[in-house]
Design a protein around this ligand. Structure first.
Ligand SMILES: Cc1cc2nc3c(=O)[nH]c(=O)nc-3n(C[C@H](O)[C@H](O)[C@H](O)COP(=O)(O)OP(=O)(O)OC[C@H]3O[C@@H](n4cnc5c(N)ncnc54)[C@H](O)[C@@H]3O)c2cc1C
Length: 367
């Protein structure tokens, strides 16, 4: 069997790449050892930039299949600040629903989807899957945080990434807010995302692998009170979450996309948005047979989110800094909204660019 592009990994990044590359007229094959619908621990928030990238791929997210939310609230035990997105909508929806939508669109475009297909042997122009050999022109590693393709291409970073743990669980309760809540507790952070009219997703981020959502609720008394009597409707699932990037995302005819190339800690809620933007940029480069162009685009797409994630992780490290940040955001809502817009909506369209606003935020914070 022959294909133009072989995508290893049929998660959000791999499927989005397959769709974008098909739209460029390329023959694409996706392989994944798992079978749909593929679930993964995730906060399940799609920021406006993610919804907009999905639209470019021909997938419309609306309130029939997802819950719109209009901003983000940061809070701890004593302060809170809310930022609203400027115009574009964000959505909460189950990962399995998102996966189904991506599979449906890829199928519609004629992508060959090989599920339950572990790779047996990989070289730079072919792969063996079961009894079949598939030869390809370009290879895309979309196989997540522990990417085998990244290792094969020699693109593992020599730096140790900043790692911790993320857990998620769903509860039957009507969402109580039209914003996603990011709450800081003494030793962990909790995010509340609406995932349907009668369900929310709670995610927890911690450096302690032994902590679970139930045990951490004591740090979040408001959420604990809301959840009193609500039924959990999924088993708790966890994953490692990191801030780190591959040495490079391109080597010869191999490219990395999504978590395989760069991960931002789950607290940033941006992994999906980055994956979809990268998929579109990668397909453009594949269509022009110029992967170097993708390396450049990848840096542009990830630069600001990485800085923003460092800021969020800095807030975990010190309660004093966190209070200062929350008070600042509360007292300067325009600055907070601008920073969140850059984070969630993509670069600000006004004269003051994304870098300048983030720098301003940093200067005020560290003053
Ligand atoms: C707790 C938590 C909460 C998060 N919350 C959010 C959020 O609210 N919003 C957001 O945008 N992001 C969030 N993220 C990040 C987001 O989940 C990831 O960035 C996103 O899943 C990356 O997609 P991906 O396709 O690159 O990787 P994955 O989703 O990990 O998919 C990788 C795929 O590759 C397959 N695979 C693995 N190995 C192989 C192999 N050897 N061969 C073939 N296939 C293989 C896997 O089966 C899988 O299907 C969160 C992350 C965590 C941990």
């Amino acid at each position: 069997m022959q294909t133009d592009v072989l995508v290893v990994g049929g998660g959000p990044a791999g499927l989005a790449t397959s769709i974008a590359a098909s739209l460029k007229g390329l023959r694409v094959t996706v392989i994944d050892p798992r079978k749909p619908p593929i679930d993964k621990p995730c906060g399940e928030g799609l920021l406006p930039e993610a919804a907009s990238a999905l639209r470019t791929l021909g997938i419309e997210i609306d309130s029939r299949i997802a819950v719109p939310f209009s901003g983000i609230r940061f809070s701890d035990e004593s302060s809170s600040a809310t930022a609203r997105f400027s115009g574009r909508k964000a959505f909460g929806l189950r990962r399995t629903v998102l996966h189904h939508l991506l599979v449906e669109r890829a199928t519609q475009l004629g992508v060959s989807l090989l599920w339950g297909a572990p790779i047996l042997n990989l070289d730079s122009h072919s792969v063996r899957v079961g009894d079949n050999s598939i030869s390809f022109r370009s290879l895309v590693g979309a196989d997540g945080l522990h990417s085998r393709v990244r290792k094969f291409a020699g693109l593992d970073s020599s730096r140790r990434p900043h790692s911790r743990f993320g857990f998620r669980r769903h509860y039957t309760i009507a969402p109580w807010s039209d914003v996603v809540e990011v709450r800081w507790g003494a030793k962990s952070q909790m995010i509340v995302t609406p995932t349907s009219a009668s369900e929310i997703c709670i995610s927890l981020f911690t450096s302690n692998p032994r902590v679970r959502i139930g045990g951490a609720l004591g740090q979040f008394p408001d959420v604990a009170e809301r959840l009193r009597g609500a039924q959990p409707v999924s088993t708790e699932a966890g994953a490692v979450t990191t801030l780190g990037r591959a040495r490079s995302v391109v080597r010869e005819n191999i490219a990395l996309v999504g978590d395989a190339g760069c991960t931002v800690d789950g607290i940033a809620g941006q992994g999906l948005s980055l994956a979809f933007q990268q998929a579109i940029a990668l397909a453009e480069a594949l269509g022009r047979d110029d992967l170097a162009q993708y390396e450049f685009a990848h840096r542009r797409i990830t630069r600001t989110p990485i800085r923003m994630t460092r800021l969020l992780l800095g807030m975990n490290a010190s309660a004093a800094l966190r209070r200062k940040v929350l008070r600042l955001f509360d007292s300067r809502p325009a600055l907070f909204s601008k920073m969140i817009s850059i984070h969630a909506d993509g670069p600000a369209p006004d004269a003051l660019g994304a870098g300048a606003i983030l720098n301003l935020g940093w200067r005020v914070l560290w003053a």
